[in-house]
Design a protein around this ligand. Structure first.
Ligand SMILES: [Zn+2]
Length: 409
C-alpha cells in the first residue's frame, strides 16, 4: 500500500514512459524525443505511456515515483474517473510513439468476444502466457488509431475486388491465383496461400524474388507498388525461406499517410506498419494474431477465424477541429479511447475539462497547464497525467504540439 500519494487537490502529475528496443525500430527519433542518450547499435522502436503490466509508466509524486497501475489502483474512482472505473476497472488505453524502420509483422487483432473465448481455451490447454505459441495474452480487443508524425506507410485491409484482380493479373508469378479469387473470394484466396507449406511458398515465390530484388536494389520500384515492400522485406531477411507474408502485400491496401493524417483499425482488419513515425492509441491489450513478415508463431486457424474477409475502403481521418481552442479530435467508434491533438501558438489558450483520466504528451515546443492555483510545465518529450473532473487551461509563450489520450464520454 502506498499511503498519501499526494495532495488531494493536486490534478497534474508528470508521467515517464518506457522505451521498447525492438529490432524493427529506428535509431534516433525516440531517444531525441525523450532526451535519452543514443547508444550505438541500439534500436528504439516504441515509447509506452500507460499502465500495461509489461511496461507500466512511472508517475512522479511528492513521495517519489510510483508505477502508473499502482497509482490508479490506489484510488480508482478518483484517479480513473467513476465511469471508467465502472466500465473498465483500469486504464483502458495504451499510448505509444512508434518509430518504424524495418516493417512490422502483418497482424490482426481479435474482437472482445473472440479474445474471451481464445484466452479461456488457451488457459484450459495449459499454454503459458509467455509461451511463443500463445495467441491470447488477455481477454481484451485491441482497436488502434494512429496519427502519422512523418510520412507513413502501412498495409491496411484487403484491396477492393477490382484492384486485387489487377494486382494478380499484373504479377506474372501470382496470376495463377486469379481463378481461386474469382471463384472462392477473399477467404478462399487467403486460406489457400496461408496453408501452403514452406516448400510450396519457396517454389511459388522464388521467381518473383528473382525478378523484383534486383529492381529494388537499383531503386527502380515505387513505394506505392507491392513489389517495393515485398522486395524490401526480402532484402532485410537473411533466411533461405521466403516469408508467406509476401502474398499479403499484393492483396492489401498500401497506404501513404502524410503528417497529421490518421487511420483507425478495428478488430479483424489485417494490417502492418511499413515505415515512418506515428503516435498510436489503442485498447490496453497484447492480443496479436500474426500473419507473416515475422519469424514468430503463426496460427493459421485462429488467424482466419479472426480476420474479416471483405474489402476495406480506407478511411483517412483528418480529425474534427475546434478552431477556438486549438484541438483536433480523431473520432472513432472505440469506447476505450479518444485521440486528439492540441496545437497552440502564443495568444491561443486551450480550455478543457477532463471527464476521465487523461495523458498529454508534447511532441514539440513547450506549454504550461493551469488549474486553480496549480500549474505544471510540459515540453517536448514530456507527458502529464490529468486527473478526472479537472477544468484546465493550456498556454504557451512560443508554440506547442501536444497529443492527448482520453476516454470518450
Ligand atoms: Zn496492430
Amino acid at each position: 500500500m502506498i499511503e498519501n500519494l499526494g495532495n488531494k487537490d493536486r490534478k497534474f502529475y508528470k508521467v515517464v514512459g518506457q522505451v521498447q528496443n525492438y529490432d524493427w525500430g529506428g535509431k534516433s527519433f525516440i531517444p531525441n524525443l525523450v532526451s535519452e542518450k543514443i547508444e550505438e547499435n541500439r534500436t528504439y522502436a516504441e515509447y509506452w505511456l500507460g499502465a500495461h503490466l509489461k511496461a507500466p509508466s512511472k508517475v512522479i509524486t511528492e513521495k517519489g515515483s510510483v508505477s502508473l497501475d499502482q497509482f490508479l489502483n490506489e484510488n480508482p474512482i478518483e484517479n480513473l474517473g467513476a465511469d471508467v472505473e465502472k466500465n473498465f476497472g483500469k486504464l483502458p488505453y495504451l499510448f505509444k510513439v512508434l518509430d518504424v524502420d524495418k516493417m512490422l509483422s502483418i497482424q490482426v487483432h481479435p474482437s472482445i468476444a473472440a479474445a474471451k473465448i481464445g484466452y479461456k481455451k488457451e488457459n484450459e490447454q495449459g499454454i503459458p502466457l509467455t509461451a511463443s505459441n500463445r495467441n491470447f495474452k488477455d481477454e481484451n480487443h485491441k482497436p488502434e488509431i494512429m496519427v502519422a508524425l512523418t510520412d507513413f506507410w502501412l498495409l491496411h485491409g484487403f484491396l477492393e475486388q477490382e484492384k486485387l484482380v489487377k494486382n494478380l493479373k499484373e504479377t506474372l508469378e501470382l496470376s495463377f491465383l486469379l481463378t481461386t479469387f474469382l471463384e472462392d473470394g477473399y477467404l478462399g484466396l487467403y486460406k489457400k496461400v496461408m496453408e501452403y507449406s514452406q516448400e510450396e511458398v519457396n517454389t511459388i515465390l522464388r521467381p518473383l524474388v528473382k525478378r523484383i530484388l534486383p529492381k529494388f536494389k537499383n531503386n527502380e520500384l515505387e513505394k506505392s507498388s507491392p513489389a517495393y515492400w515485398a522486395a524490401k522485406s526480402l532484402n532485410n531477411s537473411d533466411s533461405e525461406d521466403i516469408d508467406k507474408g509476401i502474398f499479403s502485400i499484393y492483396f492489401f491496401n498500401i497506404l501513404n499517410l502524410s503528417r497529421g493524417e490518421a487511420i483507425f483499425q478495428d478488430a479483424g482488419v489485417p494490417h502492418a506498419y511499413l515505415e515512418g513515425v506515428n503516435m498510436e492509441l489503442m485498447a490496453n491489450s497484447d492480443n496479436v494474431l500474426r500473419a507473416g513478415l515475422t519469424s514468430k508463431h503463426i496460427d493459421v486457424v485462429e488467424l482466419i477465424k479472426n480476420t474479416k474477409f471483405e474489402e476495406t475502403i480506407p478511411s483517412i481521418l483528418n480529425g474534427v477541429e475546434n478552431k477556438s481552442n486549438g484541438e483536433v479530435v480523431f473520432k472513432t467508434i472505440a469506447k476505450d479511447f479518444e485521440l486528439s491533438k492540441i496545437e497552440l501558438k502564443e495568444g491561443i489558450t486551450h480550455t478543457s475539462h477532463s471527464n476521465s483520466v487523461e495523458i498529454l504528451m508534447a511532441l514539440n515546443g513547450a506549454a504550461t497547464l493551469l488549474q486553480n492555483d496549480e500549474s505544471i510545465s510540459i515540453e517536448k518529450g514530456q507527458a502529464i497525467l490529468i486527473k478526472p473532473n479537472t477544468s484546465y487551461k493550456v498556454e504557451t509563450n512560443s508554440e506547442v504540439e501536444i497529443y492527448k489520450a482520453s476516454v470518450p464520454k
